[in-house]
Design a protein around this ligand. Structure first.
Ligand code: C6P
Length: 410
């Protein structure tokens, strides 16, 4: 089947050395991209080049290598600001990933602005990393966590959301794209509603940043957190966008080197943005590699990537629906390339194990969304998630392997 997008998928695949291998004697079909994406050679090489030619600590060295590393690191901050269309690179804080970004906001914004009886709103489909930090904060501050219900298709109930909003709402924190269902949430409209009661809005962009063009100024979100490793960059690096006027008002996250202006035993003054939030030696190499991953995405164009992934999703959905006993979990009207499903009478982990013997990598289980699974009356699902290097032929292999697995297990 031919793609209507302008992308040369074979040429893209050539850039991913890992995809060329066989596993269990079978050609690797990697469909676990929502967990982590594979890395193009430009990203892998960037790590090698950094460590073999200009490894140095940044912002403090008086020498050539330190200046070169600092420049490369700060250039990526500019790249990330552009990637999210932030107003300024001062609004970009490097983190270990989405989880750390959300925890940073809970610890800093939460510490300063959330008190007893205040309310935080999340939704039923949140990942644990957008639930637990708020529970911890609410426990500490005697604040209240409220949860927006969803319908059977896996869509947020917007009427219920509006009813939950009140002058006591201090923060709304919602996933842009659900990792378990694929639902794309209408966050722009939700942000406007939150702002109308004076609440701030955090977007969990772990899946959003890879599948959708992001414009934080247009969205008008207050925070946007994402992980590099889902956007073709290494693990251990991510970024948090925060509006400058909010970042200026909130306390630092960690204390240590780099985040200070002056330290005496009596008093410490903090550094300017964004350094106030980056204590200690950062993950320099992976920041530089993140820059290469963003270049990779930008060269292809987010719109093209998205359009192609939608074609893969539509093709896979049509094929999987023909298999008897399959139920797709997550049938929202607006959906990204995540295909979660259950098979009547068959355990999801058994499907995953048999698919693996066929070379097909998927994820099974609760996908770190246990409350969502409970709401849907499920223990878990099997999840295939597609990236730009996947092909229609791989979807065929996956469907064939799935049919075989079901036959074996029934
Ligand atoms: N989801 C998945 O297989 P970290 O681990 O910090 O990079 O991202 C956490 C996270 C937060 N929100 C959403 C919506 C996510 O999908 C994830 C990571 C992976 O679905 C690993 S659990």
């Amino acid at each position: 089947m031919k793609s209507a997008s302008h992308l040369d998928i074979q040429a893209i695949r050539e850039q991913f050395p890992i995809l060329k291998q066989t596993v269990q004697g079978k050609r690797l079909v990697y469909l676990d991209n929502a967990a982590t994406s594979q890395k193009p050679i430009s990203v892998i090489n960037a790590l090698n080049v950094y460590y073999s030619s200009y490894n140095a600590n940044i912002h403090r060295g008086a020498h050539y290598l330190a200046a070169k590393a600092t420049e490369a690191y700060e250039q990526v901050r500019e790249r990330v600001a552009k990637f999210l269309n932030a107003f300024s690179s001062e609004e970009i804080i490097f983190t270990r990933g989405t989880t750390e970004g959300i925890n940073l906001v809970a610890s800093t914004f939460g510490r300063k602005f959330i008190g007893e009886g205040d309310e935080i709103i999340i939704s039923t489909m949140e990942h644990h990393s957008n639930i637990v930090p708020w529970q911890m904060l609410c426990e500490e501050k005697k604040a209240i966590l409220k949860v927006i219900p969803i319908n059977e298709n896996g869509e947020i109930l917007l009427d219920a959301y509006e009813k939950l909003l009140s002058p006591r709402t201090k923060l709304v924190s919602i996933v842009h794209i659900s990792n378990a269902l694929g639902t794309i949430n209408p966050i722009k409209a939700m942000i406007q509603k939150a702002h109308s009661v004076g609440a701030k809005f955090l977007v969990d962009g772990a899946q959003g940043a890879v599948h959708l063009p992001i414009d934080v100024q247009d969205l008008d979100c207050d925070f946007y957190a994402f992980s590099g490793h889902k956007v073709y960059a290494p693990t251990g690096i991510g970024a948090l966008y925060g509006k400058k006027e909010i970042l200026e008002q909130i306390p630092p996250y960690h204390g240590g080197g780099e985040m200070i202006k002056e330290v005496t035993f009596e008093k410490t003054t903090y550094n300017d943005l964004p350094f106030k939030f980056e204590a200690g030696t950062p993950n320099i190499a992976d920041v530089i590699a993140l820059g290469k991953a963003i270049d990779f995405v930008d060269q292809l164009g987010k719109e093209n990537i998205s359009a192609y992934e939608q074609e893969l999703l539509a093709y896979a959905t049509e094929k999987i629906q023909k298999i008897e006993g399959i139920k797709i979990i997550g049938t929202a009207l607006q959906k990204a390339s995540v295909l979660s499903f259950v098979v009547a009478g068959v355990h999801h982990s058994d499907i995953g194990t048999i698919l693996d013997t066929q070379g097909v990598a998927v994820r099974t289980g609760h996908h770190c969304t246990q409350p969502l699974m409970k709401r849907l009356g499920l223990e878990g699902t099997t999840r295939a998630s597609f990236a730009v290097y996947n092909t229609f032929e791989e979807v065929d292999i996956f469907i064939g392997a799935l049919e075989k697995a079901i036959k074996m297990l029934k």
